[in-house]
Ligand binder design. Structure first.
Ligand code: SAM
Length: 211
């Protein structure tokens, strides 16, 4: 889909929407993050999955990978993400260790950071019973763990996603980072999704292929 198509839909349909709704979309776009993504591997409980998605949305994470097929984690590496997976063994790195990576936001970050810096970070969470698969473990650049001191051996999945995002926020890793073309694409999708018949409406504007 071309940027011209996005612009056409935004310029034509945007003004037909309630001003407050459109403003809400712009406010959301101002806080969205693409440099951090979350991988949920083989989760089986839909309530857990939807609680994770709610956490991610609330922290502004734009993309999530729901992996069900073996070997799908390759996608993240192809997109230049450094993959860190959760692993509950004691040899994993604590998330608050100085060796856990931070996101490089601009050239100035590199100069004096005591932490390893990465451009993009994909954090993977495993199945409620088995944790992450051996394949994902092998694909990972590192394994990390959230501190626990109680009798339980693990957190609930959605709780662990929420805690991880809170750490990342405190670390300064969750900064809004959408480019202009990302904003246009999302606004295009969101505006069309408000229409009664998105496909027909888009077609009427000469836009054929939808998401
Ligand atoms: C209920 S736990 C699964 C426990 C499973 N027996 C294991 O060994 O991984 C579900 C998921 O939550 C995440 N999780 C739970 N506790 C965690 C912790 N302390 N540190 C990091 N991730 C955790 C992991 O992604 C885990 O796969």
């Amino acid at each position: 889909m071309s940027r011209e198509a996005y612009k056409k839909v935004i310029q034509t349909l945007g003004p037909t929407m309630k001003e407050s709704r459109l403003q809400r979309f712009h406010t959301l776009l101002d806080s969205r993050i693409k440099k951090t993504t979350i991988v949920l591997e083989n989760t089986y409980d839909m309530r857990n999955t939807s609680a994770c998605l709610r956490n991610l949305d609330s922290y502004g994470i734009q993309n999530v990978h729901l992996v069900e097929q073996a070997n799908s984690a390759r996608i993240d590496q192809a997109e230049g993400f450094s993959i860190w997976s959760t692993d509950l063994s004691p040899s994993s790195l604590m998330i608050d260790s100085p060796s856990f990576p931070r996101i490089r936001h601009d050239a100035n970050d590199a100069a004096d950071s005591p932490h390893p810096l990465v451009d993009k970070l994909a954090l993977a969470f495993g199945n409620e019973h088995q944790g992450i698969t051996p394949f994902l473990r092998e694909q990972s650049d590192g394994l990390f763990l959230l501190p626990m001191v109680g009798m339980s051996q693990s957190f609930n999945l959605s709780v662990s996603v929420g805690i991880t995002l809170t750490y990342l926020r405190v670390f300064g890793c969750l900064r809004p980072d959408l480019k202009e073309e990302d904003r246009e694409e999302l606004l295009f999708k969101w505006i069309l999704s408000e229409m009664c018949n998105p496909h027909k409406t888009a077609k009427g504007l000469g836009v054929d292929h939808l998401f």
